[in-house]
Design a protein around this ligand. Structure first.
Ligand code: MN
Length: 215
């Protein structure tokens, strides 16, 4: 399926608070990493290309240590509007759980991005608020009956790389770059907002009932 058809098919808009999104005509090279506390905590890496965000779910999150290769499962393209999304997807919906904007910035392919993706090796640079320097995405050979493409996200050896003895970037910088919140704070805020709208609804309903009685 091309464009955002797969993205939309998986979601019930109006139930989930995620954006429906459109394919953007504007050019750009945004990247975002969203920390996503779904069934399992993971980090979604998204790179803007051809009007959408190419997306990978990095199960253990990115590592600055070049020897620590991280599994990155390619998932459906997301709309560029998704980059700003921080909040909680309701339980039972696709991807149910809390989403945080963990890092954002711009990316740049080394060579041609489209041919890199097609051949299964994309070398690129990130200039974010947390992540910098060179990275590789390398596609693993597909096993029979496997529906998804598994890639490895690997830090290149450069001045932004760290050794195993250094601090883990995920622990060192756990907060949202958008709001400075923790995952728990984002989740609680969503709950408060929901309660508030429910209270408002009750008042409105009561008023309607009164009006109906008067008639
Ligand atoms: Mn996710």
């Amino acid at each position: 399926m091309a464009g955002l058809a797969r993205y939309r098919a998986k979601r019930r808009f109006g139930v989930t608070v995620e954006p429906r999104g459109t394919i953007a005509r504007r050019r750009g090279n945004a990247f975002v990493i969203q920390k996503h506390n779904a069934t399992r905590l993971h980090y979604d890496l998204r790179l803007q290309l051809d009007g959408v965000m190419k997306s990978w779910a990095v199960t253990r999150g990115p590592s600055l240590v070049p020897s620590e290769k991280r599994l990155a499962v390619q998932v459906e393209d997301h709309p560029i509007d998704y980059n700003k999304f921080e909040g909680t997807i309701p339980k039972g919906e696709y991807g149910g759980g809390t989403v945080m904007v963990w890092d954002r910035g711009v990316w740049e392919p080394e060579g041609d991005a489209r041919s890199g993706l097609a051949k299964g090796h994309l070398a690129f640079r990130l200039d974010g608020e947390k992540l910098h320097g060179g990275w590789h995405l390398v596609r693993m050979r597909q096993r029979p009956n496997e529906k998804r493409d598994n890639w490895l996200l690997i830090k290149q050896h450069d001045e932004d790389a760290r050794s195993e003895r250094d601090k883990d970037i995920l622990e060192e910088m756990p907060l949202s770059v958008k709001t400075g919140r923790t995952l728990d704070e984002i989740a609680q805020h969503t709950c408060r907002a929901k309660r508030k709208s429910r209270r408002k609804m009750t008042k409105r309903t009561k008023r309607k009932v009164k009006r109906a009685k008067r008639r």
